[in-house]
Design a protein around this ligand. Structure first.
Ligand SMILES: NC(=O)c1ccc[n+]([C@@H]2O[C@H](COP(=O)([O-])OP(=O)(O)OC[C@H]3O[C@@H](n4cnc5c(N)ncnc54)[C@H](O)[C@@H]3O)[C@@H](O)[C@H]2O)c1
Length: 252
C-alpha cells in the first residue's frame, strides 16, 4: 500500500469530500486523524469497519489553540505527522448572493476559516512534518478560484488565496522537503453542494458539466486518486502546483 505507516490529518473530515479523502487515504494504509467542527464518528467508524486506523477529533481551524491541540493529539496517538489535508472550509455552511449584498460578517468569516484556517493548521503541523524528515501539505482550493464564480465572490476569493498561500509555502518549506500543493475540484454533489447551491443545484450542476471537456459531473471518488497521489512518494518532486480536477474546464 502506498501510504503504509503514514499519519495523515484531514481537516473537515467529518462529512462529504473530507470523509471520502479520509477513507481513501486509510485504504492505502495511512493512519487518519479526521478533524472537524462537526462530528467525525461516522468517518472513524467507516474506516475502522474496513480494517483501517483512525481517530476523530473536534477542531475549529479559526482557533489557533484548537489547531495546536489537533497536532499534539495526532503526535500523541501516532507519534508523527506525515501529511496534512487542509479541506475544512465554509462552503455548505454559507449562502451566495450578489457581491454588494453579502453580509460583511460572512465575508470576514469566510476569509478567517478558508484562508487563515489553513495558515493556522500549517503552523501547528509543520514542526512535526519537519521532524518526520518532510511530508506533504494538500490544500483544497476550487474551480471557483481560477474560473471565477458569480454570486460567491467571498468564497471564490478565499479559494484563490489558497493558491497563493500554497505557492509561497511551497517555496518556503522546500528546504525541509515539505511539499505543498493545491487541488481545485469542479462541482461534486455533496451535502455541502446541496446546501451551497440550494434550489439552483440541478441547473447549476448541468451548466458546470456542460462547460467541462469531459461533460459529466464529478463524483466524490473521482477526487481521491489525486489526494492519494499528492500524499504519497509518487509525487516526490511535485510542489507548488495547483491540480485542477475539473474535467478539463480550466487548463493551467
Ligand atoms: N463539493 C464541491 O463541489 C467542491 C468543489 C470545489 C471545492 N470544494 C471544497 O472541498 C471541501 C469540502 O467540501 P464538501 O463538498 O465536502 O462540503 P462541506 O461544506 O461539507 O465541507 C466543509 C467541511 O469543513 C468543515 N468545517 C467548516 N468550518 C470549519 C471550522 N471552522 N473548523 C473545522 N472544520 C470546519 C465542515 O464541518 C465540513 O465538514 C471544501 O474546502 C470545499 O470548499 C468542494
Amino acid at each position: 500500500m502506498q501510504l503504509d505507516g503514514k499519519a495523515i490529518i484531514v481537516t473537515g473530515g467529518g462529512r462529504g469530500l473530507g470523509r471520502a479523502y479520509s477513507e481513501a487515504l486509510a485504504r492505502e494504509g495511512a493512519m487518519i486523524v479526521a478533524a472537524d467542527i462537526r462530528d467525525t464518528a461516522d468517518t472513524v467508524a467507516a474506516i475502522e469497519s474496513a480494517g483501517g486506523t483512525a481517530i476523530g477529533l473536534a477542531l475549529d481551524v479559526a482557533d489557533m489553540a484548537s489547531c495546536q491541540a489537533m497536532a499534539e493529539r495526532a503526535i500523541a496517538e501516532f507519534g508523527r505527522i506525515d501529511a496534512l489535508v487542509n479541506n475544512a472550509a465554509l462552503y455548505g455552511d454559507i449562502s451566495g448572493g450578489r457581491f454588494d449584498q453579502l453580509p460583511e460578517d460572512q465575508w470576514d468569516r469566510v476569509m478567517t476559516v478558508n484562508v487563515k484556517g489553513i495558515w493556522q493548521c500549517c503552523k501547528a503541523c509543520v514542526p512535526a512534518l519537519r521532524e518526520a524528515g518532510g511530508g506533504s501539505i494538500i490544500n483544497i482550493s476550487s474551480l471557483a478560484a481560477t474560473y471565477g464564480m458569480a454570486y460567491a465572490v467571498d468564497y471564490a476569493t478565499s479559494k484563490a488565496a489558497v493558491i497563493g498561500l500554497t505557492r509561497s509555502l511551497a517555496r518556503e518549506l522546500g528546504r525541509d522537503w515539505i511539499r505543498v500543493n493545491a487541488v481545485a475540484p469542479s462541482a461534486v454533489l455533496t451535502e455541502g453542494t446541496d446546501e451551497f447551491m440550494g434550489e439552483k443545484r440541478d441547473k447549476a450542476l448541468q451548466v458546470i458539466a456542460a462547460s467541462q471537456s469531459l461533460q459529466s459531473n464529478l463524483e466524490t471518488d473521482d477526487l481521491t486518486g489525486t489526494i492519494v497521489y499528492l500524499a504519497s512518494d509518487a509525487s516526490k518532486f511535485v510542489t507548488g502546483q495547483t491540480i485542477m480536477v475539473d474535467g478539463g474546464t480550466v487548463m493551467l
